[in-house]
Design a protein around this ligand. Structure first.
Ligand code: NDP
Ligand code: HSE
Length: 438
């Protein structure tokens, strides 16, 4: 029997993910020791309430509310409390003491990443965060290591399971967003307060983390253009389906060149149409996927469970094993460089395709007038669908036009839409959806 030295692991948080990490450390300790070359000794689990019921049966003596004491003397601190404070203070304290840190806290990294990485670098500590994006899906390490010699051009991610579940059900079963959301809440799949998910905050945090890593640039979460999915209607989903598309809430990170020839990045979250032939269209239910386009590697897709205590514990344990191995053999941890320092460009500089749905008067010259507005702003029309003409109660004959465009600058499309809204023959602009993943 090999006798291993011990690494003291302090766990901050014993909730959905933390309890599963603790269970694995206790149950699979021998096996993990062999993989690491050291025993991962769980020295305690910090929680708010030591008597709260737990999803996993864990020794009561491990629980504590004294976080500072737990951190003191730990070799590795695993932060699974969530939220900004006191998590930030605890992580900084752990790093300052020289401990390595594993966290799954996207909110913390998206808002205080540079501060935490600087603190880690100052003392030569390691900071790993595979669970912060995509739950169980390995995406941070591939970007940080495997693709570190390549040039990432674009990332399209379905990084929020709740919204994907809702949009997928709307697509496959029909129904209004508020009804499907209410059902998801009843089933415990969506939070009672779904703001972070449906308004895109969660996806924006993950987009900021992915973009920072992919483009070697600090992308603060405030710089992410964010549009939630509350405005998505059953009519939009049905119209997208008719043209062979599905609507997904996407986190998009992309290299761009602006109107002045300046290189930069665009980081954005919004609901968009994706062709049913695109791999992201096949991501159903609460699953996540990250589609990466790199100059040399081409297109890659990382797919799987984006959440769940057991599933996410896999990513945390992977970080823990990997970081502990480096602790044992010495040498530098995973390096991260922000040397590119690219500007985050305004949404107006984005180039993509659009589906514009208009209600128009049904009279001669309407199509020519509408086409003229698009042409005036340099936006090229690719497809046109006209639905059956209806007559309103006021006796006005109207038609619905769905106009698909070729790729155009967002600023040109916005100007087109503004002119369409004011146009004599336009009764209303019913919707504008971007089309991504061409
Ligand atoms: P939970 O809410 O289930 O658990 C949080 C834990 O932290 C609880 O044990 C809680 O104690 C403890 N805690 C919270 N605040 C404090 C505090 N001030 N002092 C001491 N203990 C505290 O969270 P999850 O396990 O779901 O998530 C943990 C992290 O992992 C988050 O950053 C989350 O974003 C991330 N993550 C989660 C995923 C998931 O599927 N759940 C997926 C990917 C990432 P008590 O039990 O006493 O309340
Ligand atoms: N609320 C998140 C989701 C959990 O729905 O994907 C994982 O970060």
């Amino acid at each position: 029997m090999i006798s291993y030295r011990s690494l003291r692991v302090a766990l901050l948080g014993g909730g959905s993910v933390g309890a599963q990490v603790a269970r694995a450390l206790l149950e699979d300790g021998d096996e993990l020791s062999q993989r690491v070359g050291a025993r991962l000794e769980l020295v305690g689990i910090a929680v708010r309430d030591v008597d709260a019921p737990r999803s996993v049966d864990l020794p009561r003596e491990l629980f504590t509310t004294d976080v500072d004491r737990l951190i003191l003397g730990a070799d590795v601190v695993v932060e699974l409390m969530g939220g900004i404070e006191p998590a930030r203070t605890h992580v900084l304290k752990a790093l300052a003491s020289g401990a390595d840190v594993v966290t799954g806290n996207k909110a913390l990294l998206a808002t205080h990443g540079p501060e935490l990485f600087a603190a880690a670098e100052q003392v030569g500590a390691q900071l790993y965060y595979e669970a912060a994006v995509g739950g169980a899906i390995p995406i941070i390490r591939p970007l940080r290591e495997s693709l570190a010699g390549d040039r990432i051009v674009r990332i399209l991610g379905i990084v929020n399971g709740t919204t994907n579940y809702i949009l997928d059900r709307m697509d496959t079963e029909g129904g209004a967003l508020e009804d499907v959301l209410a059902d998801a809440q009843r089933l415990g799949l969506a939070e009672a307060d779904p703001t972070a998910d449906v308004d895109g905050y969660d996806a924006a945090q993950k987009a900021a983390i992915l973009a920072s890593l992919a483009f070697h640039t600090d992308v603060p979460v405030e710089a992410v253009h964010r549009e939630g999915m509350r405005t998505v209607t059953a009519a939009q989903i049905a119209s997208a389906a008719r043209s062979g598309h599905v609507v997904k809430l996407l986190a998009i990170c992309e290299r761009l060149t602006d109107d002045d020839g300046r290189d930069g990045v665009s980081v954005r979250v919004y609901p968009a149409m994706v062709s049913r032939t695109h791999p992201l269209a096949a991501v159903h239910g609460a699953n996540n996927a990250v589609f990466v386009e790199a100059e040399a590697a081409g297109s890659l897709m990382f797919y799987g469970a984006g959440a769940g205590g057991v599933e996410t514990s896999s990513a945390v344990l992977g970080d823990l094993v990997s970081l502990a191995r480096r602790h044992v053999v010495g040498g530098p941890g995973l390096a991260e460089s922000k040397h590119a320092d690219l500007p985050v460009l305004d949404i107006g500089q984005v180039t993509t395709r659009y589906a514009v749905t208009l209600e128009v008067k049904d009279e001669p010259g309407v199509l020519a007038g509408i086409a003229g507005v698009f042409a005036q702003h340099g936006v090229s029309v690719e497809t046109l669908q006209q639905s059956v003409v209806t007559t309103s109660s006021a006796g006005l004959a109207t038609a619905v036009l769905v106009i698909g465009t070729h790729a155009a600058r967002e600023s040109a499309l916005a100007a087109t839409v503004a002119d369409l809204e004011a146009h004599r023959v336009v009764v209303g602009v019913a919707s504008v959806l971007r089309v991504e993943g061409a």
